[in-house]
Ligand binder design. Structure first.
Ligand code: SBS
Ligand code: ZN
Length: 261
C-alpha cells in the first residue's frame, strides 16, 4: 500500500505526516548554487565500471518507471569521488514534468530541467542487502543527470520504445542488455552533498553526485514519458504519470562540494 503520491492530497507537502523525516536535516533534492559550492581538489573523479552491466527488467511502480539490474556481484559499480568504496548499481529511474522545462528534482540557481535521471547504487561492502543500505547513513550513492529539452537522444529510444509494455502501475517487462553508460554526458564533473531519498521513506542515506552537464532529449521523447500511467490496468481512471518530482528542500547548513574534473 503506497498512500503517497504527487497529487494535492498525497503530494510532497503531506509526506511528513507519515514520514516525519521529511523535515529532517539532510533532505533531498536541493537547489544547487554553483558559486557557493566548495571547490574540493581532494575530490577524485567518479569511476563508473559499467562494462559488464546488464539490465534485467523495466517496471512501472506507479511513481516512476524503473530499470533494474542484477546486483548479486560487483560487476557494475561506481567508485571514487566522495565514496569510500564501490557501490553497486541497483536500478535507474526518472522524474519529469508536464509540458515545458520543469520536472527535475535538483535545480541549479533555480533553473529546472525537463527531467532528471537517477542511477541508484548501494554500499554492498558495508551492508548485506539493498534495504539495509537504503536505511544507513552511507548506504546509497545516486548519480543524478539532468535531461534538457533539445535534440533527441539516440540512447534513450530503447527505453522510451519499451514504455508501451509498462503503461500501467504494477506492470513489468523483460528489459535485458541495456547499458546506461550511453545516457552519460561527455563530462563527469559533478557536485556532491549528503542527502536523502527524494520519495518516501525519505531515508537520509544518499551521497548525491549531481553531474553538471545535462544530456538533451526531444519534446517527442518526453511525450513518451507522459503516456505512462499511475493507474493500474484494472482501475477505471487513466491518470498520466507526470510531475513526479519533489521540490528543493532546505540546505540546513550542508556544504555542497564541486569536483574539478
Ligand atoms: C527503500 C524503499 C524503496 N525506495 C528506493 O529504493 C528509492 C531509491 C532511490 C530514490 S531517489 N529518487 O532518491 O533516487 C528513491 C527511492 C523501500 N525498500 C526497502 C527495501 C527494499 C528492497 C528492494 C526495493 C525497495 C525497498
Ligand atoms: Zn529518483
Amino acid at each position: 500500500r503506497d498512500p503517497w503520491g504527487y497529487g494535492n492530497e498525497d503530494g510532497p507537502d503531506a509526506w511528513h505526516k507519515d514520514y516525519p523525516i521529511a523535515q529532517g536535516n539532510r533532505q533531498s533534492p536541493i537547489d544547487i548554487i554553483p558559486e557557493e559550492a566548495v571547490h574540493d581538489a581532494s575530490l577524485s573523479p567518479i569511476f563508473l565500471s559499467y562494462d559488464y552491466c546488464n539490465s534485467i527488467n523495466i517496471y512501472n511502480n506507479g511513481h516512476s518507471v524503473i530499470v533494474e539490474f542484477d546486483d548479486t556481484d560487483d560487476r557494475t559499480v561506481i567508485r571514487g569521488g566522495p565514496l569510500d568504496n564501490a557501490y553497486r548499481l541497483k536500478q535507474f529511474h526518472f522524474h519529469w514534468g508536464g509540458k515545458g522545462n520543469h520536472g527535475s528534482e535538483h535545480t541549479v540557481r533555480g533553473k529546472t530541467y525537463a527531467s532528471e535521471l537517477h542511477l541508484v547504487h548501494w554500499n554492498a561492502a558495508k551492508y548485506k542487502t539493498f534495504g539495509e543500505a537504503a536505511a544507513g547513513p552511507d548506504g546509497l550513492a545516486v548519480i543524478a543527470i539532468f535531461l534538457e529539452k533539445g535534440d533527441e537522444h539516440r540512447g534513450l529510444h530503447k527505453i522510451t520504445d519499451a514504455f508501451y509494455m509498462v503503461k500501467f502501475k504494477g506492470s513489468v517487462a523483460d528489459f535485458k542488455g541495456f547499458n546506461p553508460k550511453i545516457l552519460l554526458p561527455n563530462s563527469l564533473v559533478y557536485w556532491t552533498y549528503p542527502g536523502s531519498l527524494t520519495t518516501p521513506p525519505l531515508h537520509e542515506s544518499v551521497t548525491w553526485i549531481v553531474l553538471k552537464e545535462p544530456i538533451t532529449v526531444s519534446e517527442k521523447q518526453m511525450g513518451r514519458f507522459r503516456m505512462l500511467l499511475i493507474s493500474g490496468e484494472e482501475e477505471d481512471d487513466r491518470t498520466r504519470m507526470e510531475n513526479n518530482f519533489r521540490p528543493p528542500q532546505p540546505l540546513k547548513g550542508r556544504k555542497v562540494r564541486a569536483s574539478s574534473n
